[in-house]
Design a protein around this ligand. Structure first.
Ligand code: ADP
Ligand code: MG
Length: 478
């Protein structure tokens, strides 16, 4: 485990050089994972933090370490979400900075990584791999770009070792491969309580084989993996050029496959395009089902954000979620990362995320080219500068015709929208009552004044009116 006292000393050194708000946002839930061989490994909660730290804080941390008398040669940042768990080792920055509100700071994000010991048959910790229970097939949002992958995983979860064996899922980073793989593992464990599911990254597989060779225990290693009813190996591309590991994997694969055990593999490329992976493995990967995941359309992105908000039990204005969806084009991890940052920052500041605050975060992260700038976004198609623009928004809202509103008709369903227009023109756009009268078919200014006063009065106790007024204001970006 890491040296959190050292981490606190480092942050204390950094404190004069970093703004308090940045300390709160970026250092929350961070910690030292290890200090060894002249290398300090610092754990961060997200890929965004990792990029941010590399860019902004690496040198500062290096200098701080030197100042504290540590002759390290390397500072490395790794993502470790366990640090921000309820009892995680990560630092609580509110506590650290003594802002006095420390109780609220840990509310978000609620990660509940549970360590699974798989499963009925044997429970020794060696066979156990980690599957995060939050990744499930039923909280994976389906869109046209991942439908097939999800369907294949669901089929495998119903009938492991059946028609889709091996199942090979590929796609760029951050598009949901790990979610699908672990979700499938979880579903198999639920559906077949006796099955042994072994999940691990190819990197872990490699490390374990290297370790086993070192310890002269390749047999033990083989037994562990070959007891699986379902073997899930994530990010197989990591095996590239590691011939000894590939060899071992080849035999494991064959043995499990011949025994009708399910194998699920993920990769950043389709089998044929994998470089540095032996042909015999590639051809085995091609024996079953190959599916890809792609970056989803804006609607699916929005649905994913809604789902994540639900899971985190937070309410975020829809336009903020729309803005994030519209401006994220690379990966769902990025999408989620922006959301989490936005929520974290808003919570620290006790406010609600807005399009502008999110735009700032995205710009700060430097990764994202804003497709829509926030001002345009808020008022896109709704940019209101003239009375006509406003009348259009209001008529659309009430599903009326423009002529109705500017006419002399006096039915209630037309009077109210008309009065709303007049009220807003006066209150938000500073029109004179004379000008408002003119805009509405050359009416006398007293009509506009009457409408304004009536709205002021009715808004005090007419809840429906308040709701409609707020909705219209939102439409026009107020
Ligand atoms: P990959 O393994 O492809 O790099 P991950 O599975 O780690 O990507 O996905 C990144 C994040 O995006 C995860 O938090 C995951 O839950 C989320 N995610 C990706 N696709 C979806 C989806 N369709 N529905 C819900 N969440 C998703
Ligand atoms: Mg992954």
């Amino acid at each position: 485990m890491g040296d959190q006292t050292l981490w606190r000393s480092i942050i204390a050194e950094l404190q004069p050089n970093i703004k308090k708000a940045d300390l709160l946002v970026w250092f929350q839930g961070t910690g030292i994972l290890s200090v060894a061989d002249n290398k300090v490994v610092i754990g961060l909660p997200s890929i965004f933090a990792q990029e941010w730290f590399n860019k902004r804080y690496k040198t500062l941390i290096f200098d701080a370490l030197k100042k504290l008398g540590h002759g390290v040669e390397e500072v490395e940042f790794m993502i470790d979400s366990s640090l921000i768990e309820e009892n995680g080792e990560g630092i609580d920055m509110r506590d650290f900075l003594n802002t006095g509100k420390k109780n609220k700071s840990r509310k978000l994000p609620k990660k509940q990584e549970v360590k699974y010991t798989f499963s009925g048959k044997q429970q020794d910790s060696v066979t156990s791999k980690f599957i995060n229970p939050k990744y499930r097939l039923d909280n994976f949002v389906i869109g046209s770009d991942n439908r097939l992958a999800h369907a294949a995983c669901s089929a495998v979860a119903k009938k492991p070792g059946g028609a889709y064996n091996p199942l090979f899922v590929y796609g760029d980073v951050g598009l949901g491969k790990t979610h699908l793989l672990q979700g499938t593992g979880n579903a198999i464990l639920e559906n077949f309580r006796d099955m042994v599911v072994v999940y691990g990254s190819a990197e872990k597989f490699t490390n374990e084989i290297v370790d086993a060779i070192k310890k002269n225990d390749v047999k033990g290693f083989r037994n562990r993996y070959r007891r699986a009813d379902c073997l899930i190996i994530d990010d197989i591309q990591f095996l590239a050029k590691k011939s000894r590991t590939q060899e071992e994997f080849f035999h494991t694969f064959n043995e499990l496959y011949d025994d009708n055990k399910q194998i699920i593999i993920s990769s950043d490329k389709p089998p044929k395009e994998l470089e540095g992976i032996e042909d015999r493995l590639v051809s085995r990967f091609e024996m079953g089902m190959i599916v890809d995941v792609n970056f989803p359309d804006v609607e699916t992105c929005l649905a994913i954000l809604h789902k994540k908000c639900q899971e985190m039990e937070v309410l975020i204005p829809n336009e903020v979620l729309e803005f994030i969806s519209n401006n994220t084009t690379n990966s769902i991890r990025e999408l989620e990362g922006v959301l989490v940052q936005a929520i974290a920052q808003a919570q620290l500041e006790n406010s609600t995320p807005t399009v502008n605050s999110v735009a700032k975060i995205m710009k700060k992260l430097g990764k994202i080219n804003l497709v829509t700038n926030p001002e345009h976004f808020q008022s896109s198609a709704k940019r209101v500068t003239t009375a006509d623009d406003l009348i259009e928004v209001v008529t659309q809202y009430y599903k009326l015709e423009r002529d109705d509103i500017v006419s002399a008709k006096r039915s209630r369903d037309i009077m109210i929208p008309r009065q709303i227009c007049m009220y807003l023109l006066r209150k938000e756009f500073n029109f004179s009552f004379e000008k408002i009268g003119e805009e509405f078919g050359g009416r006398n200014h007293t009509t506009a004044m009457h409408a304004y006063n009536k709205m002021v009065k009715d808004l005090k106790d007419d809840h429906v009116l308040v709701k409609d007024m707020n909705a219209i204001k939102r439409e026009i970006g107020l």
